[in-house]
Design a protein around this ligand. Structure first.
Ligand SMILES: Nc1ncnc2c1ncn2[C@@H]1O[C@H](COP(=O)(O)OP(=O)(O)OP(=O)(O)O)[C@@H](O)[C@H]1O
Ligand SMILES: [Mg+2]
Length: 240
């Protein structure tokens, strides 16, 4: 049975979608069967980060409401042996699914793919709670800022109460020039606030930002420290 990982955060804009695109590409580069699902209902942008926007016809709301079978809605990313992408809907009112529909989709994903990465919305809402049902782990993203940490902690605790058993976190956009700056939380403060296991740390890097905006995940291309870092994160996540 395949594994499903949900990417979530407290604050918006911390890098969930860019992380999801690079993580799914890292797994797909290994030749395993990967699905990437955008559950940020109403705010579609993962298709752009993946460079797949022109291929999208159907979305996750079409699948959940039974308008199309999942295999018709997934878009193939031909840069990889086996990576399929399911876009979110831009119309929030189209998203009327409940737990049963979500469970059916997750059952299909577990049968058809080795790994599914679900890119969630920021904060807690109905779609996040639905997406968190029965996943192997939730990956919380935070940046090294007090506001981002506080919100991540809150969302993480809410998901724990809702039954998400495994929760880990990533500190993203770490500016190396700011390391040790007394105005920002230290690594110790971050680990004390987030009581769950740390999955990895990702630097702020112009290449990550520019690649995302070109529709090319940063892990593609030359072997760089970014690719190595994502591979380590991908390995650690497989423990869940
Ligand atoms: N490690 C990084 N280094 C540099 N830029 C980054 C990094 N991670 C993300 N970004 C940039 O941060 C911005 C926000 O990223 P992204 O859209 O992935 O955030 P998000 O958490 O998915 O946002 P939302 O909550 O709106 O869905 C983008 O401009 C992206 O290129
Ligand atoms: Mg996003």
């Amino acid at each position: 049975m395949g594994r499903i990982y949900l990417v979530a955060s407290g604050k918006g804009g911390v890098g969930k979608s860019v992380f999801s695109s690079n993580l799914s590409s890292t797994y797909a580069d290994r030749g395993v069967r990967v699905a990437l699902v955008d559950m940020n209902v109403g705010l579609r942008n993962l298709d752009l980060y993946m460079g797949l926007e022109s291929k999208v016809i159907f979305d996750v709301a079409d699948v959940l409401s039974g308008v199309v079978p999942p295999r018709k809605a997934f878009v193939r990313d031909r840069r990889f042996p086996f990576l399929y992408f399911l876009a979110t809907t831009q119309k929030k009112e189209k998203f009327t699914a409940g737990h049963d529909e979500m469970k059916r989709l997750y059952d299909y994903l577990r049968r058809s793919f080795d790994i599914t990465i679900v890119d969630g919305p920021a904060g807690v809402n109905r779609e996040l709670s639905l997406a968190a049902t029965d996943v192997n782990a939730v990956v919380m993203l935070t940046t090294p800022e007090y506001v981002s940490l506080r919100d991540a902690d809150l969302v993480e605790q809410t998901l724990r109460k809702e039954g998400a058993l495994n929760r880990v976190y990533i500190v993203n956009k770490v500016y190396k020039d700011f390391l040790g700056n007394s105005k920002l939380p230290t690594v110790e403060m971050i680990t004390t606030t987030m009581k769950i296991p740390l999955l990895g740390v990702i630097q702020y890097d112009d290449d990550i930002h520019l690649s995302a905006n070109s529709g090319i995940p940063a892990i593609l291309g030359n072997e760089s420290y970014i690719t190595r870092n994502f591979n380590k994160i991908a390995d650690r996540l497989l423990m869940y």
